[in-house]
Write a protein that binds this ligand. Structure first.
Ligand SMILES: [Zn+2]
Length: 480
């Protein structure tokens, strides 16, 4: 039977990398590419990305950020202007020789600070030109990636990058955190993936930033995933690119900048977090089709159930239903197919249901099945979708809480990391000490909580590794 070869053949708990690859491929969200380190996003996967793009564009409009587009080729000299930035990105950049016979090579953008700020220099003259708030949706190339992990790690991926310029540091600081909060809303309210909000340590921050803020989640395999970052950029970029404005006091001033981004990696988080042994589970707010209607076809009642299914579909138009009236596939085959593809609700309409003026609704997340009177259909579908959205977030939150442990000594730290947990602990703040932890456990610091109370170590607390006085409390985990 088709079911046997098409379904997921390993359990999520047994072999998560293999399970993950099968879910991506068999639910038709992504495919491998003929080019090393690259991936193909199929229509079903792109529809998920589109849901993020659409929601985030609404937020950008509310926040007064405008979309624009800059070239993907960046002159080498631009890169070299901000030293830390150039050094940080050096291993990741793909270069092409300039075919026009010019002197310098061109980088394929690994991020667009430098090419954008060259334009900003010409566009910004006075404090009246500020704030300047621009976003671009584009592709990005990070050449060092060898082996593709669909959505999670690839040489080329899609993202948005916001780049804003402000008159004052206060305004900049406030907005950098505002965009981080926007990312939290995307992750939790749309994707139903719970995140920690925090600040990166000095060793983990963005090359060229004063501070990097992050949203981090913990995947079911015990690996943390960085899902979005927002950076307070140093004034180094403004200096390097000659961005200067005439202040209200008519004196030349250096502006304050931030940049922030989320990428197609979020889809990896969604799949890992919610998927199960049957395949993809799409949170209702993300699902392009929130409902599938399947008529249970017997020859005798065929016309009647198909007509009823179409009528149900028409009533549920707001949920963009799939109405699968094909009779070359069995109902069982269809059930498996839509479970694999993660459609949130399945509605069955059979001869008996017709007789009793009801439908059967089955939830993708819990598998719960209920009979719903025909006249309560629309209301019940809306309620179930909302319940499923909240249920997925709550379940993931619980899993992450259960997999996070607070430790005070290094033996407990090592044990917890081996057991695929996320660790909350105290640290001295020294970069070498942090590097030693990574060397010994393969765990990296994820973030210092944004919540100041949580980030402050207990009185007298010491570093989990070196025993020096603790500077802050933070999370460690292995990561993608
Ligand atoms: Zn230490």
């Amino acid at each position: 039977m088709a079911e046997d070869t098409k379904g997921i053949t390993v359990k999520k708990a047994d072999d998560m990398p293999e399970w993950y690859a099968q879910v991506c491929l068999k639910s038709e969200v992504a495919d491998y590419a003929p080019v090393k380190g690259c991936m193909v996003i199929r229509p079903r996967g792109y529809a998920l990305w589109q849901a993020i793009v659409d929601r985030f564009n609404e937020m950008l409009a509310e926040d007064g950020v405008q979309n624009a587009y800059f070239p993907m080729f960046i002159p080498e000299s631009f890169f070299k202007r901000e030293a830390e930035h150039a050094e940080g990105f050096a291993p990741e950049v793909a270069w092409i020789a300039n075919k026009d016979g010019a002197r310098e090579r061109l980088a394929i953008r690994p991020t667009s600070e430098t090419i954008m700020y060259d334009s900003y220099r010409r566009w910004i003259r006075s404090w009246r030109d500020l704030p300047l708030k621009i976003n671009q949706w584009c592709n990005i190339v990070r050449w060092e990636v060898q082996d593709v992990k669909l959505f999670l790690r690839s040489r080329e991926f899609l993202w948005q990058e916001g780049h804003c310029v402000y008159e004052t540091a206060e305004e900049r600081d406030k907005e950098t955190l505002h965009y981080l909060e926007r990312y939290r809303q995307i992750a939790e309210d749309l994707l139903a993936v719970p995140v920690l909000l925090g600040r990166k340590t000095e060793s983990e921050k963005f090359a060229g930033a004063d501070r990097t803020y992050t949203i981090e989640s913990l995947m079911p395999d015990g690996k943390a995933l960085q899902m979005g970052t927002s950076h307070d950029l140093s004034q180094g970029f403004a200096k390097a690119f000659g961005i200067e404005f005439q202040g209200r006091d008519e004196q030349p001033s250096l502006p304050f900048q931030n940049s922030w981004g989320i990428s197609t990696r979020l889809l990896g988080a969604l799949i890992l977090t919610h998927g199960d042994d049957k395949g993809l589970v799409i949170p209702p707010r993300m699902a392009p089709n929130k409902v599938v209607v399947v008529p249970i076809i017997f020859e005798k009642h065929k016309a009647a159930v198909i007509a009823a299914a179409e009528k149900v579909g028409a009533e549920l138009k707001a949920f963009n239903p799939i109405i699968d009236t094909r009779d070359e596939y069995t109902s069982g085959w269809k059930f498996n197919e839509y479970e694999l593809k993660g459609v949130p609700l399945r509605i069955e309409v059979g001869p008996k249901d017709l007789e009793q003026e009801r439908v059967v609704i089955v939830r993708r997340d819990t598998g719960e099945k209920e009979f719903v009177p025909r006249k309560e259909l629309v209301k019940r579908v809306a309620a179930l979708l909302e319940d499923m959205q909240e249920g997925l977030l709550a379940a993931a939150r619980k899993r992450i809480a259960d997999a996070t442990v607070t430790v005070n000594d290094f033996a407990a730290f090592e044990k917890a990391i081996k057991e695929k947990k996320m660790v909350f602990t105290s640290h001295c703040g020294d970069a070498d000490c942090e590097a030693k932890i990574k060397e010994r456990t393969a765990a990296t610091s994820r973030c210092i909580p944004l919540d100041e109370k949580r980030a402050t170590p207990a009185k007298g607390a010491t570093c989990v590794l070196c025993g020096e006085p603790a500077t802050y409390a933070l999370y460690f985990a292995r990561s993608y």
